[in-house]
Design a protein around this ligand. Structure first.
Ligand SMILES: C[S@@+](CC[C@H](N)C(=O)[O-])C[C@H]1O[C@@H](n2cnc3c(N)ncnc32)[C@H](O)[C@@H]1O
Length: 169
């Protein structure tokens, strides 16, 4: 019984400590997955980067279209769980355990985030500083401060970043 309580406490801690580094786990609704991919407009063979990849549902939706993806996830339980769920698409999906603020953004054609308001400015700076090619960025629910989205669909905001010049038109 003590082990059961201890396990419960560890699970709760693993799901809650992430709020010091980003958004807690709240998956994108299944019915919104197609909106994410539609806004990102990636083709088979291109690469999607997901910052905070949760249970990997967006990565799997992308893989079904032949899109490669890289996910970063801080919660080790979600890393294990998403790797299991994504096993079928392991040749297209690369899930990394880690804090995305501590990693340089890998080269990608599109980025998907479901963050929280306090992190949006930091994200904006990181993208501007680290990309070296044009990238489409979709943010669920939260907008990048002082930047006009290219378009919006069902609470998702699309931005286009270009290297050095920052956000595109
Ligand atoms: C709101 S959830 C979104 C999950 C997934 N992107 C989706 O849309 O279904 C945010 C995810 O980011 C993870 N996360 C938060 N901060 C992070 C960080 N600094 N580095 C890596 N993952 C982080 C959380 O553990 C959580 O799984």
């Amino acid at each position: 019984m003590n082990w059961l309580i201890l396990t419960g406490i560890v699970v709760i801690l693993l799901f809650s400590f992430v709020i010091f580094f980003g958004a807690p786990f709240l998956p994108t609704l299944k019915i919104r997955e197609s909106d994410v991919l539609e806004l990102l407009s990636l083709k088979a063979g291109q690469t999607l980067l997901e910052l905070g990849s949760g249970d990997g549902r967006i990565l799997r939706a992308a893989a079904k279209k032949g899109i490669k993806s890289v996910g970063y996830e801080l919660n080790p339980l979600l890393v294990i769980w998403s790797k299991l769920l994504c096993w079928k698409y392991r040749n297209l999906i690369d899930i990394n355990w880690g804090n995305y603020w501590h990693h340089r953004l890998p080269v990608s054609d599109g980025i998907y985030v479901f963050l929280l308001n306090p992190y949006m400015s930091k994200l904006d700076k990181k993208i501007e500083q680290e990309i070296n090619k044009k990238v489409r960025v979709v943010s669920f629910a939260f907008q990048i401060p002082n930047k006009k989205p290219k378009t919006e669909k069902n609470g998702m905001f699309l931005y286009v970043y270009r290297p050095e010049r920052g956000i595109g038109k």
